[in-house]
Design a protein around this ligand. Sequence first.
Ligand code: HEM
Ligand code: HEM
Length: 545
Amino acid sequence: MSTTASNTTRSRGKEPAGEKVADWVDGRLGIYSLAKANMRKIFPDHWSFMLGEVCLYSFLIIILTGVYLTLFFHPSMNEVVYHGSYVPLQGQLMSEAFNSTLHISFEVRGGLLIRQIHHWAALIFLAGMFVHMMRVFFTGAFRKPREINWMFGFLLFVLGMFTGFTGYSLPDDLLSGTGVRFMEGAILSVPIIGTYISYFLFGGEFPGHDFVARFYSIHILLLPGIMLGLVVGHLILVFYHKHTQFAGPGKTNNNVVGMPLLPVYMAKAGGFFFLVFGAITAVAAIAQINPIWAIGPYRPDQVSTGAQPDWYMGFSEGLIRTMPGWEINFAGHTLVLGVFIPLMIFPLVLVAIAVYPFLEAWVTGDRREHHILDRPRNVPTRTAFGAAWIAWYFVLLVGGGNDLWATHFHLSINAITWFVRIGFFVVPVLTFVVTKRICLGLQRRDKDKVLHGRESGIIKRLPHGEFIEVHEPLSQEQLYTLTAHHQYEPVEIGPTVDENGVERKVGGTQKLRAKLSSAYYGEDGQISKPTVEEYKEITSGHGHH
Ligand code: HEM
Ligand code: HEM
């Protein structure tokens, strides 16, 4: 701070304590210039922009509760005899991990609630990421310059799945052990190196004595550490790029219309954190999750019926449960294709998401920056791809819970398995076609609204007996919003013969690109926006009710 400033404050009398502290910190960290540059940073308002915050807050809640659990959890597979307060398990042999989780649940003050909050927050965190990712996808917020942030987010999603899986495995109960056994089976199906990886991971034959301790360091240190770094990077990039916004009057690619970070956005965000915390705590207090005492300790020779992974891992379970049990013998080695093929499809389902922004940019040839969001209906092919992917994911989830679907809905488990096998191929295609039709229909309706106004529901009878519905013209604001989107031309292959009559070779990828591009922006891919002439012609009297 300058001397004049400190002289003035001294002349006014005693400096307030807060100001003193702030001056002290500013002298060391330069917070005044940092605050000046960022305090008035503008955030646009839309309910869907709160989904990223749900991810952030549930992640913080997971860390807070996780730290409390580490105080009491023993990551050891040493066998002990249970002498705790849960009578039905008295005298049973179990691992220390299972024993300490029972101790957390029954004896530690607030232990069961914290365990439940940790587990529920994990489910909500992953669901939040799923929905946040869909919001970013369907609005095209992943386009330049946000592709790298999309990749950061994608990594967070995948790491979140594995952190959840390792956490789920820690209590060493029958359900979690069955999940780890499932993973071991999948690893063993990898030709040549599968057995080595399994031995390395479990420190010998499954289950061995090490996996809980190993999963523990991965669960509380390695993966959350990487995730924390990624979250910080993710938020720095959101700040750096500035937030996107939906089209509307006054909103352009070069500005952001909304509320300043301080005080409005911070107050809202702070309140929202407590809301998310409260909601998760309420769910955790009401709905029981993972009652390990009812499931019992893990024994490799036992498996319970109705065993299910947490929802985000369900699709991988579905892939394996519904795959035919193919097995071949190759040069004296057994290849378990029934497990190996699903194991290979698993990353493909995920990688399809990761690379999408780059694929779309290549197909459309679009290299511009985008800060105005798309309405999903205005990009029908992308929206249809997204919907097809979600439908595919849910078909696999049904496969992952085929036994529960069978028992709850009194269906044949074989019928469900066949439904999933056929649905795996058919449902995404059907969803794609239907979604694209719906989007085009909505675009037609928008066009109609722009040209003919909104249907008011008021029916009038004209003097000569004809009935008409009164259409109200849209406001200028609505007209702008409905017509603000840019419509692209499909990328063409161009002439295949040059001016000298020499034929130019067109590669397969170029042809594919042109085909995909016309699917995005060709005649079947979008409804042309109303032109100014059309609008003037109609609104100047003829044909306008
Ligand atoms: C730990 C998980 C995550 C956290 C804490 C997080 C947090 C946030 C926050 C707070 C925002 C700004 C507000 C909003 O648009 O909702 C945001 C934006 C964004 N997120 Fe995430 N996110 C996470 C996961 C993901 C995932 C899984 C993806 C996609 C694969 C993703 C991609 C993006 C993108 C591209 C933006 C910029 C959007 C824009 O400016 O419109 N994020 N994220
Ligand atoms: C994205 C991050 C995380 C996710 C998705 C996650 C998820 C889970 C899940 C589902 C469980 C099983 C809970 C149960 O018993 O029903 C668990 C257990 C556990 N987690 Fe996490 N966790 C995360 C981060 C952390 C962190 C950062 C810590 C510690 C600093 C931690 C510490 C623990 C401990 C000690 C257990 C075993 C105790 C128990 O099962 O109750 N977790 N975690």
